[in-house]
Design a protein around this ligand. Structure first.
Ligand SMILES: [Cu+2]
Length: 512
């Protein structure tokens, strides 16, 4: 680890010179943080399914961000910071084109900003990091130790403050897809998501509903994330300032990202789910801060991918393994009739070792009638045409250092609110080239994209479809075709390794 970090320290100008170096091209994207309590036995807790959010009146919802105690590790309790005091938060099950208002009330001791990840959302409802809901009665202003620690100005003109609560408007004029919402507060996203501020928002439409894919209890949102725990059951996280009030950032040893040793699925450690020997649709989300997973079924089996981040694929794609980076979603169908009744089918993470090699287990308990099918054609094709791009831009994701502490930059610049690195025109498409020195899951707000190439070669099978997050690996060049549709205004692109994001690896772009 030390040598890897020493390399990163040298990277400032060295760039591609060290490509191919063993440690840097490894599969881990963070630093392991061990729990202080004995880890629970895997596959002993049933898989929870988050409750559905209920409207206060048609088209209007209200959620309260608050602290609550949950039994995450059996026999202990954990204080979570959750939407409605739950982790994951409630699942919003909404229809395309239904203009939905979500009032977020903040009863936590810290400011928050809520981003709908994958949403085609007006800019003032997008959850910009300095567009904050401040707890009622608390003063407005950036934290005194704030981003200036990274040498960037806290330009107050770009900060907005709402006292106690605010409304977010989600027009959802977009295809059916598995979206998620999570905190996006400037400098403090990583610890606030770690404490539980995340949940699903599922967009449905007629095209998806008309398909004979598994439905109802056989259509399951699956949020995978890693966490570590103190001896008393509380979350363990290496914040410099555990109050999350003043000083951002993590201990230097964790600048690459924090990886826990407990894998939670929908908030439960290594859970099990009893299933009938039928097809199930699993809407996988990697909600981890930094950890990547390579998911495989044991004893063997395959995933049929029907959707990606931004909705249905044109046609299904079969995988024996799926690598999922932070914030990516894979909409997968598993046919449990491939296994005899009585089988235990384990979802493994073959990038992990020891406890992080297990994710969850399916117990195939009975036969049942299965009216589902996977059609050869899922949705009408919307090909990404390279020649439709009006320009090409490069975004280089790279570590630099300035004095103590780390800084992750885009095109050599740390994030400064209100300074756009690009001004794409509404209704156009561009080629964006992402280059990197490390594992950087790159996320673009508002605009969806298709992967065109990796290192000049065709994209991976798992890159299929319209996406909002792409797994960029060390020394890769990933080209995507991005379409700017829906809204003008200020948005952002950033690394979704949340520790990198908090250490300035974000950039504004403005749709004009
Ligand atoms: Cu990154």
């Amino acid at each position: 680890m030390t040598s890897r970090r020493a390399f990163l320290g040298l990277l400032g100008g060295a760039g591609l010179a060290v490509a191919g170096c063993g440690g840097l091209t490894g599969e881990t994207a963070g630093e392991a943080l061990a729990s202080a309590l004995p880890l629970p036995r895997p596959f002993t807790v049933p898989l929870p399914v988050p409750a559905l959010a209920r409207p206060t009146r048609p088209g209007h919802y209200e959620v309260v961000q608050r602290a609550a105690r949950m039994e995450v590790i059996p026999g202990t309790t954990t204080e979570v910071w959750g939407f409605d005091g739950t982790f994951p938060g409630p699942t919003f099950d909404l229809r395309r084109g239904g203009r939905t208002t979500v009032r977020v009330r903040n009863e936590l001791p810290v400011p928050t900003s809520t981003h709908l990840h994958g949403g085609v959302t007006p800019p003032d409802s997008d959850g910009y990091p300095t567009d904050l809901v401040v707890p009622a009665g608390q003063g407005f202003g950036p934290p005194p130790g704030g981003h200036s620690r990274h040498g960037t100005d806290a330009d107050l003109s770009s900060w907005t403050f709402h006292s106690g609560a605010r409304d977010y408007l989600y027009p959802l004029d977009q295809r059916a897809a598995t979206l998620w919402y999570h905190d996006h507060r400037m400098d403090f996203t990583a610890p606030q998501v770690w404490r539980g501020l995340a949940g699903f928002l599922i967009v449905r439409d007629d095209e998806d509903d008309a398909l004979p894919l598994p439905k109802g209890e056989r259509d399951i949102p699956v949020m995978i994330c890693d966490r570590s725990f103190e001896e008393d059951g509380s979350f363990r996280y290496p914040s410099l300032d555990p109050s999350l009030r003043v000083t951002p950032g993590v201990e230097d040893a964790y600048m690459e990202g924090v990886e826990g040793d407990v894998i939670l699925v929908n908030g439960a450690p290594w859970p099990f789910l009893e299933v009938s020997a039928t097809r199930h649709r699993l809407r996988l989300l990697n909600a981890s801060n930094a950890r990547r997973y390579r998911l495989e079924l044991s004893p063997g089996g395959r995933f049929t991918q029907v959707g990606s981040d931004a909705g249905l694929l044109t046609a299904p794609v079969t995988h024996s393994a799926v690598v999922i980076a932070p914030a990516e979603r894979f909409d997968l169908v598993v046919d449990f009739s491939d296994y005899p009744v009585g089988s235990e089918v384990t979802l493994l993470n073959t990038l992990g070792s020891g406890p992080t090699r297990n994710v969850m287990r399916f117990l195939v308990t009975r036969r049942a009638v299965d009216g589902s099918a996977i059609p050869k054609r899922l949705s009408r094709p919307e090909p990404a045409d390279r020649s439709s791009a009006v320009t090409t831009r490069t975004f280089d994701f790279r570590a630099t250092r300035r004095g103590p502490g780390a800084l992750w930059t885009i095109n050599g610049r740390p994030f400064r609110p209100g300074r756009p690195l690009a001004r794409p025109r509404l209704g156009t498409a561009e080629i964006w080239r992402f280059t990197s020195d490390f594992h950087h899951p790159v996320h673009v707000h508002l605009a969806h994209f298709q992967v065109l190439s990796r290192n000049g070669r065709p994209p991976a099978a798992t890159d299929a479809g319209w996406k909002d997050t792409v797994d960029v690996r060390p020394y890769e060049v990933v080209e995507v075709l991005v379409r700017f549709e829906g809204h003008r205004g200020r948005y952002m692109a950033h690394c979704h390794n949340l520790e990198h994001e908090d250490m300035a690896m974000m950039a504004d772009f403005e749709v004009v």
